[in-house]
Design a protein around this ligand. Structure first.
Ligand code: UDX
Length: 439
């Protein structure tokens, strides 16, 4: 059954969700108040790099399954409204900034009917939905059907994750909201995807708890890397060995320069801030260590660079990959970006190569050198650092690259290089968490 849906906020989450809803056969009206973003989207282009999304989005835009507007009045005829605006880290604090969610909810409220359903998808501190429900109900003049429906998509596989999720989580106060969401997700549920109906606070918590767990897993193996580095052990082999235990599992145990992006770092900080407000800060105090371990990996690379180069002044360093993960041009809290900036601040001449993120880098930090050709990027480098595990770097020819650099030293920040092959080509390979013998 076709559902008329609105999607409010067409950033990462919203643009993907609007496309997914249209792909499922629904009629979508997307609301974006940023005029620059709206103009770009109206031309069929997505303002960030996400494999496969632009094609699917523009196809649905051309066929009329997605319509766009900046005016909330145009969503009045929709039956189901998804709030997809951002909740970034608040300036000068660890807490999440929920002001965009509150504004969107208020703007939406006066266009609702008593049978309309509003589903929040943004990641919010537990307790936010209850407050929003009161605010919206007061404006609407009736009790608004609000549900919370967190999204678990990963950048790089966003559309695929939205169309084939592990589970759909819905927190709701009434059956009507659950029923409408079930209808909207029916094409996915028909494939047997679990549909979990929870109370609202639990649904809000599922998202931050999942991200806190994932961040903890990464920091756990990076803590082991710190131990491995001083004891001659190998954290990659260790992760592999413990990962065979099904209770532990081998996913999210890749050791390296750690996690970044628009979710994991700000979500664990926001979680700590919210727990503190609720008087249970000590329950998630361990996330401070998770954050600290993660940030120490960046210090470690700067330290290794200094060990290799002595003074960094005027030393030529090439950073391979600047986005927080491959298949994305997202630079938010990117470990590779922070390391590059710190090396540059210490006097190094940093040249960044990245298959898709140089434009985003030019906007974010034009002071760093940028080079679109890999061969040119490494020419005369005295140190090469792999910061993001793009396929292109894993497959790069160490013989060729070795013939171009001034010094064949590479720090593998993601543990993806074939060490033996690089060593055979004469490289000194330094890998985080591994005590590698170089000739
Ligand atoms: C994350 C969650 O996975 C997703 O469910 C949620 O909806 C949003 O936040 P995303 O930020 O896209 O998704 O990236 P993810 O794949 O989780 O990676 C996050 C960071 O962790 C990246 O910087 C990645 O390089 C790093 N990482 C991941 C590791 O360092 N080691 C690992 O083993 C896995």
């Amino acid at each position: 059954m076709v559902v008329k849906v609105s999607v409010i906020g067409l950033g990462y989450l919203g643009a993907t969700h609007a496309t997914a809803m249209a792909e499922l056969g629904h009629e979508v009206i997307g609301i974006e108040i940023d005029s620059k973003k709206l103009e770009q989207l109206s031309g069929g282009s997505i303002p960030f790099h996400e494999p496969g999304l632009e094609q699917a989005f523009s196809r649905n835009l051309s066929s009329g399954h997605i319509k766009l507007s900046s005016d909330f009045a145009s969503l009045a005829s929709a039956d189901l409204h998804f709030i997809c605006v951002g909740t970034p880290q608040r300036q000068g604090s660890d807490a999440a900034d929920t002001s965009y969610v509150v504004s969107a909810a208020k703007a939406l409220a006066s266009h609702l009917r008593p049978d309309s359903v509003v589903a929040g998808k943004s990641t919010v501190p537990v307790g936010t939905a209850a407050e929003l429900k009161d605010v919206m109900s007061e404006i609407a003049g009736f009790e608004v059907n609000l549900a919370w429906n967190p999204e678990f998509l990963r950048e790089g596989t966003a559309l695929e994750d939205s169309l084939r999720p592990d589970r759909i989580v819905v927190g709701a106060w009434n059956e009507h909201s659950v029923g409408v969401l079930k209808t909207a997700y029916a094409p996915i549920l028909n494939h047997g995807t679990p549909f979990l109906v929870l109370d609202v606070p639990t649904a809000e918590l599922v998202k931050v708890a999942a991200n806190a767990f994932l961040a903890t897993k990464i920091s756990f193996i990076n803590a082991m890397a710190e131990v491995a580095e001083v004891s001659g052990a190998d954290a990659v082999a260790l992760a592999n060995a413990i990962g065979y235990d099904e209770r532990i599992g081998n996913k999210f145990l890749r050791t390296g320069i750690g996690f970044g992006g628009g979710c994991l770092p700000k979500d664990i900080r926001g979680f700590m801030a919210r727990a503190e407000e609720l008087g249970v800060g000590s329950a998630v105090d361990f996330l401070k260590d998770v954050d600290a371990i993660n940030l120490r990996r960046r210090d470690r690379v700067v330290e290794l660079a200094k060990q290799e180069l002595g003074s960094l002044s005027a030393k030529r360093v090439t950073m391979l990959g600047i986005s927080f993960k491959p298949d994305s041009d997202d630079l938010r809290d990117s470990p590779a970006l922070e390391i590059s900036q710190r090396l540059a601040k210490a006097g190094a001449t940093v040249t960044v190569h990245d298959p898709v993120s140089l434009e985003a880098l030019a906007e974010k930090d034009p002071s760093l050198g940028r080079e679109a050709e890999l061969i040119e990027a490494v020419r005369e480098a005295e140190l090469v650092i792999l910061g993001t595990e793009w396929k292109q770097y894993r497959e790069a020819d160490p013989e060729l690259l070795g013939s171009l650099v001034a010094k064949k030293t590479v720090i593998d920040g993601r543990n993806v290089l074939d060490v033996a092959r690089w060593q055979q080509a004469g490289w000194k390979v330094i890998a985080l968490g591994r005590s590698i013998e170089n000739a």
